[in-house]
Structures are given as C-alpha cells and as structure tokens.
Design a protein around this ligand. Structure first.
Ligand code: COA
Length: 239
C-alpha cells in the first residue's frame, strides 16, 4: 500500500504518533486510490488530490475525467469511502458501541427541535438516537464540504417513522431546499452506525452499490440493508 502513496503522504504517515493512526492513514489513502481507479483509467498511484479551504480532500482537476467525487469517514476499526459521479456527497461512520452520547453535546450543538425530541425519549433510547442525529448531521455538513463552519443548530433531522429521515432548514440558513438531499442509514457491522448524504437532483435518487474492501487484498459486494432512507428513496422503491 505504501508504494501507492506520494511523497507527501508517505511523510505524513510517519508523523502519526500511534501505530493505529499510521495504519488507518495508510489504508485510507490506499483505499481511496484503488477504489477511484475502478471508475477511471488512472493508475492508483497517479491520482492527485487537493484540499478545499475547509479541509475537504478532492481530486485535482487535471485528470481529464468526469467529475468523480468522494468523501471519507473513519472510526475505530472501520473506514467508509463514498464515491459518486458528479453528485455532492458526505459520509459519516461512528463506532457507537465504544462511545457515549452526551446530552451536553446535544443541547449545545443540535438544533432546539432535535435536542427537545431527544430529551423526550425514554432514557434507554437516547444513546442510539443521539448517534442517529450526530451521523446524519455530519454526513450533511460533509456533503456541503464546509465542515463546522456551518451552524449545526440551524438545520434539523426528523424521524417521522422507524424507516424515514428528512432534513429541514431554519429560515436564513444558506440552504433552503431539503429536496436537494437524500439520506441513507446503515449498520455496516455490529456496533457501527453509518449515515450517507448525497445530492438527489430533484428527487432523482442515486442507486447505491456497497462493497466491502480491503485494498489490494480483496473486495466483495454487500447486500446493504438501509435502516432509514429519505422520502424520495422510499417513493422510488415503491414504483
Ligand atoms: C472534519 C469533519 C468534516 C469531520 O470530522 P470527523 O467526524 O472527526 O471525522 P471523519 O472520520 O468522519 O471524517 C474525516 C474525513 O473527512 C474529510 N473531511 C475533512 N474536512 C472535510 C470537510 N470540510 N468536508 C467534508 N469532508 C471533510 C477528510 O477526508 C477526513 O479524512 P482524512 O483526513 O483521512 O482525509 C468535521 O465535521 C468535524 O471536525 N467534526 C467534528 C465532530 C463534531 O463536532 N461533530 C458534530 C456533529 S453534531
């Protein structure tokens, strides 16, 4: 995998203090490079990347290929990589079994609607619901590419039934069209929660292929079960 990295990535990899972080960085970079090469005639080691003003990695423009987009999330033991052709997208995965959701975080960072909905749940449901909000909120801000410069308390997620999710925006927030975005939620392995956000282009939700990948070693198709999806997805699956 190290041979796929460029000089600055190899240098960056050695700067991590902990072996786990060095390994995560190496596998992430190798995964991005090998998976992108599935979609274009570019060798894994030849991809060049840029970073936007908010830290989001993207492809350097000069590969002369259709607009491949990607987003990465990592948590202990798992890396999620989402790739699309031209659609903005964001992914977040959390190892929820290993973390405690904190009501202090909800009251400070979630919208008042979300914090109130969370507080109204029985205690035993709050931990799971906290991470549902957290991962969906992260997936959205990552799809926007602006990181924590977006006010987390000015958009809200709603769970009208056990399979559904939708987003709403406060007045004055710089995104006014909830229909622009589709959301999916899955449990990629026991104890993990993943949220994906992608541009829906007027209700035209993308089809998603899920693969389990160990770069340069093996990969297999996964029959993903979505725990929640947005309304546009549910309408499409009923058609
Ligand atoms: C940086 C941030 C985009 C994600 O951070 P995170 O959840 O700690 O980490 P994740 O593993 O999910 O994502 C990290 C990846 O996001 C990508 N990323 C970095 N900045 C990004 C941005 N502005 N937009 C989209 N993706 C970004 C990078 O690819 C990064 O991985 P890499 O460094 O290996 O390339 C940002 O949202 C953040 O700092 N969040 C902190 C957590 C928080 O307070 N969340 C509030 C939820 S309610």
């Amino acid at each position: 995998m190290r041979q796929l990295l460029n000089d600055s990535e190899r240098a960056q990899q050695t700067r991590f203090h902990f072996a786990d972080d060095r390994l995560r960085y190496l596998v992430t970079r190798a995964m991005v490079r090998t998976v992108l090469s599935r979609y274009a005639a570019v060798a894994p080691s030849a991809w060049e990347f840029t970073t936007n003003a908010y830290g989001r990695p993207g492809l350097a423009a000069h590969h002369g290929i259709p607009a491949l987009r990607f987003n990465i999330s990592h948590t202990r033991g798992l890396i999620a990589l989402a790739v699309s052709a031209g659609r903005a997208l964001g992914v977040d995965v959390e190892h929820v079994a290993a973390r405690a959701g904190a009501s202090g975080i909800a009251s400070h960072f979630f919208s008042s609607v979300e914090a109130a909905a969370l507080a109204s749940l029985p205690q035993e449901q709050r931990q799971e619901r906290f991470f549902e909000y957290w991962t969906f909120k992260e997936s959205y801000i990552k799809a926007r590419g602006r990181g924590l410069s977006l006010p987390l308390d000015q958009f809200s997620f709603h769970f009208p039934d056990p399979q559904a999710v939708h987003i709403s925006f406060d007045e004055g927030f710089d995104d006014a069209d909830p229909q622009r975005w589709c959301f999916w939620q899955s449990r990629p392995a026991p104890g993990y929660l993943l949220a994906l956000c992608a541009e829906c282009n007027g209700g035209n939700a993308p089809t998603i292929t899920v693969r389990k990948v160990l770069p340069l070693v093996n990969e297999s198709l996964v029959d993903a079960t979505w725990l929640r999806t947005s309304a546009a997805m549910q309408q499409q699956s009923r058609r």
